[in-house]
Design a protein around this ligand. Structure first.
Ligand SMILES: [Mn+2]
Length: 441
């Protein structure tokens, strides 16, 4: 392709994705100064960092790869936190493309309910990508073409009669075939002289999975990387996968990843966004890390240690937990439970931003400590007690009394068993049963 480099200045872009504003609020607490959940403030700050950078560079175009909120109906406070940041771009006359991800769509019907409001309001410079089409966008430098490919469901590309009685595998094959044709249609009408970007929310077959796997309700279909590595594209800006990864260099096919951790599955991932310079036939880009809130897991197996409390406190002291979201997971034997002083644990964890403590008892059946008491050996209750007590040196003084008491209990005639009718009436009043069932739902 022939063109004069001097006539084709590069377009500076900022590409971010998977904001999920309003996620993981259980890891936060209420900020008494603002009344806001601190995790909502963290997500807002992460987005604010991105927008700060877009303004300070300044970039010519911002690309958002989809999944603005956890669902299509965010509460007004969360909508506002998102809108306040993108409004700063509009104020600075920097165009932004907001792509619709799977979390932005309603389960039924088409369109990105949570993002379409920006089109309805005609916010200057904001383009909502809720269908496959090409947008020619005027930037300070030059025009750029952006093909938007939102999260596709079968209703976008297939009609009901086409999918009736058809296997899921066959539907995915049909979807990919339709997508290939539709994408080809967009590619053929591109202006070959302009920088061209594909902005898509999808799962590429070669991508590593992350937290998005657990967040998505319905499993979508994966798209082969070959669909995206077309010479007509100068940059392929992706969204959906939460861990940053570069799938191809020519052209660059990039997931920036999410901007904040939604849960512990993202504990070890670096969060950030992409800053790039796109020109026809040549693109440079770099990943820019965001500070982000640290997540820290402390895991301890206490079942084999002599001093469980001291071991646990040492493990906490050895972890940098200041201002982090912390989970303390420890395993212990049932007979060690009394050795744990939970007040001291809470004190040790108080410098964390938030924390949870998850004790797990090692299963007696899985680890029979007294071979004579293994599950497959038949003993009557008194024999079982004698076998157990024989192992407990600390209880030898009480042995005669304990055995006598046990014998007494075992020979005492129990209360006559309740009839079924009585049991129903006495143990489970109707209302209580109803309440129990409600909790189960
Ligand atoms: Mn997604």
């Amino acid at each position: 392709m022939e063109y004069n480099v001097a006539d084709a200045p590069m377009v500076k872009i900022l590409h971010l994705s998977d904001i999920h504003m309003g996620s993981g609020l259980s890891h936060g607490r209420i900020n008494s100064n603002t009344g806001m959940n601190t995790r909502l403030e963290d997500f807002r700050d992460a987005l604010s960092h991105c927008i700060d950078r877009a303004l300070s560079e300044p970039v010519d175009l911002v690309l958002f790869g989809g999944d603005a909120f956890p669902d299509a109906t965010p509460p007004p406070l969360v909508q506002e936190a998102f809108a306040n940041q993108f409004r700063r771009l509009a104020d600075a006359a920097i165009p932004a493309v907001l792509l619709v991800g799977n979390h932005d769509q309603h389960a039924q019907g088409q369109g990105g309910a949570s993002l379409c409001i920006y089109r309805t309001l005609r916010v200057p410079g904001v383009i909502v990508g809720d269908r496959l089409c090409t947008h020619r966008i005027a930037t300070r430098q030059q025009d750029v073409q952006v093909i938007t490919l939102p999260w596709l469901t079968r209703s976008h590309l297939l009609t009901r009669p086409e999918t009736e009685g058809v296997s899921l595998g066959e539907i995915h094959r049909l979807l990919l075939e339709r997508l290939r044709v539709a994408l080809e249609g967009e590619i053929r009408q591109l202006d070959p002289t302009l920088p061209t970007i594909l902005l898509a929310h999808l799962m590429v077959d070669k991508a590593r999975y992350g937290a998005e796997r657990f967040l998505a309700v319905g499993k979508g279909f994966t798209v082969p990387l070959e669909f995206l590595t077309r010479p007509q594209f100068d940059y392929v800006a992706l969204g959906h996968v939460h861990s940053h990864q570069v799938l191809s260099q020519h052209p660059p096919v990039v997931y920036p990843g999410s901007i904040e951790r939604v849960d512990f599955s993202e504990e070890s991932e670096t969060k950030g966004y992409i800053l790039g310079e796109v020109e026809r036939g040549h693109t440079q880009f770099e990943f820019c890390p965001l500070p982000g809130r640290t997540f820290r897991t402390i895991e301890c197996d206490l079942a084999t240690v002599a001093e469980p409390q001291a071991t646990l406190l040492q493990a906490i002291a050895a972890s940098p937990i200041q201002d982090a979201v912390v989970r303390l997971i420890y395993r212990l034997r049932p007979d060690q439970v009394d050795a744990i002083d939970s007040t001291a644990l809470h004190q040790a964890l108080a410098i964390a931003h938030s924390y949870t403590i998850q004790p797990h008892l090692t299963s007696q059946l899985a680890r029979p400590r007294i071979p004579e008491l293994a599950a497959d050996i038949g003993l009557n209750p008194l024999e079982a007690l004698q076998t157990y007590l024989a192992e407990r040196a600390d209880l030898q003084d009480l042995l005669p009394d304990l055995l006598a008491a046990a014998e007494q209990l075992l020979v005492t005639e129990p209360d006559p068993p309740l009839t079924l009718a009585e049991a129903t009436i006495h143990s489970f009043p109707e209302e209580e049963v109803y309440q129990t069932q409600l909790r189960l739902l």
